[in-house]
Design a binder for this molecule. Structure first.
Ligand SMILES: *Cc1c(COP(=O)(O)O)cnc(C)c1O
Length: 401
């Protein structure tokens, strides 16, 4: 790195990797206003369509009236209030585990869990496509850190044979940029055979996966012995913010004692916990949301295949279209945008180099007609990419992640 910041920024721009933040001027939802333009969006993680739900908003308001707006202190001092506690009990119930612990966000839950469980002299093994927060957590822990081949139990097993100390195996449940599901039964078996613990970050599985929306562990019918450490985030399907770790009594007490990102931060606003309690209730009772989402996923995959798009192996609401080069991914995103659609291009280093993509995400808030509009726009725009494959997109202002 260098303090010559303008040179670093110029290099980033030259590689088509420069990021700019689109300005959202409406609530989250399928129909948004971005940078002054109305757009039909297929890129948020609000899979259940709860981020702007009137009942959730009402619960937030009532929570603010009853409990005020600020957490006021860390949980261990005087910031652990009744709504936080009730939400933890509801999340323990959702996951069928003795206890759950609420964190401010998923990044901190991952840092907290990994660093509280392993340190110097131990080993942490991670899928090479894990979310950045998990990789950062592994590095921060001070344990020996190694990445195994994506979703590959044999590759994990090879690394387990060389592991020292206590070993934590860490994987995304649903891979956030690819949409595929971790082979948890196989990973759990390999980990258990070597007395390693498996930690699963199911940020994208809670909501869409499992009979009651309890995510990948429910989807595969696994036990707490298979997956001792389970992470969920609340900013995606729950439509609010925050995260949790679910597990045994001893695990949660250990985190309360030793997880620094839990201990040294102010608790989230209690009214936010009130909102999440409501969205959790909707997620568990309104089964039509999961059913509708499944129908949209099927509709999108069939339609996309019919127009020759290269999809990834995903049964989840994350349906990326693989493009390859960053400038072409940006170009396709821009072409869609000119037609009133917003689908973010995802580029390195968020994904491996040469695998830039459009990350289409579907939500229960989308209609079949909206998915049809997306398919029609893709049918028009995708062939244009081949036509101007020689041109670069210097003229296009990159707007995406
Ligand atoms: C979004 C995400 C996180 C981070 O959660 P936040 O609550 O947004 O900080 C962690 N892990 C995965 C897999 C994610 O997709």
């Amino acid at each position: 790195m260098s303090f010559d910041l303008s040179a670093r920024l110029a290099a980033r721009r030259a590689e088509h990797l420069y990021r700019q933040r689109p300005l959202l001027q409406s609530p989250q939802g399928p129909e948004v206003i971005v940078d002054g333009k109305p757009l039909l969006a297929f890129c948020n993680n609000d899979y259940m369509g709860l981020a702007n739900h009137p009942d959730v908003i009402a619960a937030w308001k009532a929570g603010a009236e009853r409990w005020g707006v600020g957490g006021g202190a860390s949980h261990l001092v005087i910031g652990h209030s009744t709504p936080h506690h009730e939400l933890e009990e509801a999340l323990a119930d959702l996951t069928g585990r003795p206890r759950a612990l609420l964190f401010s966000n998923g990044y901190m839950a991952n840092l907290g869990a990994v660093t509280a469980l392993v340190g110097q002299g131990d080993t942490v093994l991670e899928d090479r496509l894990n979310h950045a927060s998990l990789l950062d957590a592994g590095l921060l822990s001070g344990a020996r850190f190694s990445r195994y081949l994506h979703n590959d139990p044999d590759s994990l097993n090879t690394r387990l044979e060389k592991a020292v100390g206590d070993t934590l195996v860490v994987t995304d449940g649903v891979f956030s940029m690819d949409g595929d599901i971790a082979d948890l039964p196989a990973l759990a078996k390999v980990a258990k055979a070597k007395s390693a613990w498996l930690m699963v970050d199911d940020a994208h599985g809670f909501g869409p996966l499992g009979a009651t929306g309890a995510g990948i562990v429910e989807h595969f019918g696994l036990s707490m012995e298979d997956v001792p450490v389970l992470i969920g985030t609340l900013g995606k399907s729950f439509g609010t913010a925050g995260a949790f770790v679910a597990g045994s009594e001893a695990l949660i007490e250990t985190l309360i004692q030793f997880a620094r990102p839990y201990i040294y931060t102010t608790s989230q606003p209690p009214a936010l916990a009130c909102a999440t309690l409501k969205s959790l209730e909707l997620l568990r009772t309104e089964h039509w949301r999961r059913a509708h989402l499944q129908a949209l996923i099927k509709q999108f995959r069939e339609g996309a295949r019919a127009i020759g798009l290269e999809l990834m192996d995903s049964v989840t609401p994350i349906q990326p279209i693989l493009i390859g080069s960053s400038d072409r991914a940006l170009r396709l995103s821009q072409l869609l945008r000119e037609r009133g659609l917003m689908v973010t291009a995802i580029r390195p280093p968020t994904v491996p180099s040469g695998s830039a993509r459009l990350r289409v995400t579907l939500s229960a808030a989308h209609s079949e007609a909206q998915v049809q509009l997306l398919l029609e726009a893709l049918e028009q725009c995708y062939p244009l990419l081949a036509l101007d494959s020689n041109s670069t997109c210097e003229s296009v202002e990159p707007h995406n992640a």
